[in-house]
Design a binder for this molecule. Structure first.
Ligand code: SAM
Ligand code: DTB
Ligand code: SF4
Length: 344
């Protein structure tokens, strides 16, 4: 079993980045299969329960009022609509449901309303995750008491690069919320985005921030920047695909037991690139047609990809049926497999 460390140094992580591609991939893969079930992927569906109108100025986000083409602001979604969307996600095989709100920080009244939404997700038998911006210590405790499983709060990039991306809050604000979440007993989901104009050193520093937390986040989403029109970073250069895969591999090496989530940006990734990411240790994805405001890969396409790669969805009972059908995969049956849940 791999040793869990919290004392990574910049030089050693930069050395990992310098290693030959195949070497770093096989090192990450070995750690992955030592610590996780092989060929399993966790799927998590996202829902934006309060979209747009956010006062923060994150340079990548279409929901910020500072964007040149800000997305229309909506009020907080009704409980009934959340129930409807969560039911669809559950029926498609999702085991975790993550609700996002475009807030700098939630009001206590809104925390009450989100807690009711969390109850609905649990009634449907899924794990819950929310991402609501900065929290106070009290709010984290209240969410924890509601039984919330995960809180998503990304560090996004290195401490040094942060102010080039966001000026309305600082790194310490982010770390404080992560601390309240951890202390309250909620599991931590925190990761970053590649493509924010950061250097390789910034990528290494982001991973070190996460891996050197007292306890590793249970979940680390690695997002590829989705270039949203009107945002300050819209015209940013694309990140080299192999550099992205390498970053996934190094996340796996630094945090052996964590779920590493291949997050935003999959819609524009080839199957081969996603396959490399899974080999390098990614074992979680966002599942369903939509992220928060941007499109995601369709469920049919994902099922087809998992089938081609021999991967199974964690907690999805239909996978047994899928494996049986796989033993005799003629085209018609394949079609049924990919549409399995959709035709129900
Ligand atoms: N407002 C809350 C916050 O910022 O913590 C929660 C919602 S926010 C949209 C959640 C995360 O989505 C951000 O921290 C960022 O990492 C990611 N994200 C937002 N826009 C993105 C984009 N265009 N491309 C990739 N990731 C993005
Ligand atoms: C995370 O790391 N990525 C998700 C989730 N956490 C909340 C959000 C991705 C957003 C992509 C752009 C959009 O949909 O607006
Ligand atoms: Fe607001 Fe979150 Fe978007 Fe930043 S990433 S502008 S905090 S919704």
């Amino acid at each position: 079993m791999s040793k869990i460390r919290n004392n990574w140094k910049l030089e050693e992580v930069l050395q990992l980045f310098e290693k030959p591609f195949n070497e770093i991939l096989s090192q990450a893969h070995d750690i992955h299969i030592d610590n996780h079930k092989k060929d399993m992927v966790q799927v998590c569906t996202l829902l934006s329960v309060k979209t747009g109108g956010c006062p923060e100025d994150c340079g990548y986000c279409s929901q910020s009022i500072h964007s040149d083409e800000p997305i229309e602001a909506t009020p907080l979604m009704s409980l009934e609509e959340v129930r409807e969307k969560a039911t669809v996600a559950r029926d498609q095989g999702s085991t975790r449901f993550c609700m996002g709100a475009a807030w700098r920080r939630p009001s206590n009244k809104n925390i009450d309303r989100v807690i009711k939404m969390i109850d609905v997700v649990h009634e449907l038998g899924m794990e819950s995750c929310v991402t609501l911006g900065m929290l106070s210590e009290d709010q984290a405790i209240r969410l924890s008491k509601s039984g919330l499983n995960y809180y998503n709060h990304n560090l996004d990039t290195s401490r040094e690069h942060y102010s080039k991306v966001i000026s309305t809050r600082n790194y310490q604000d982010r770390l404080n919320t992560l601390k309240y979440v951890r202390e309250s007993g909620i599991k931590v989901c925190s990761g970053g985005i590649l493509g924010l104009g950061e250097s390789r050193e910034d990528r290494a520093k982001l991973l070190i921030e996460l891996a050197n937390l007292e306890q590793h986040p249970e979940s680390v989403p690695i997002n590829m920047l989705v270039h949203m029109e009107g945002t300050r970073l819209y015209k940013n250069e694309k990140v080299d695909e192999l550099e992205f895969v390498r970053t996934i591999a190094i996340s796996r090496i630094l945090m052996p037991k964590t779920y590493v989530r291949l997050s935003a940006g999959r819609e524009s990734m080839a199957d081969s690139m996603q396959a490399l990411c899974f080999y390098a240790g990614a074992n979680s994805v966002f599942y369903g047609e939509e992220l928060l405001t941007a499109p995601n890969v369709t469920v049919e396409k994902d099922r087809e990809l998992f089938y081609k790669l021999g991967m199974r969805i964690e907690g999805d009972e239909d996978q047994i049926e899928e494996i049986n059908k796989r033993k005799n995969p003629d085209i018609e049956k394949k079609q049924n497999i990919y549409n399995l849940k959709l035709i129900n």
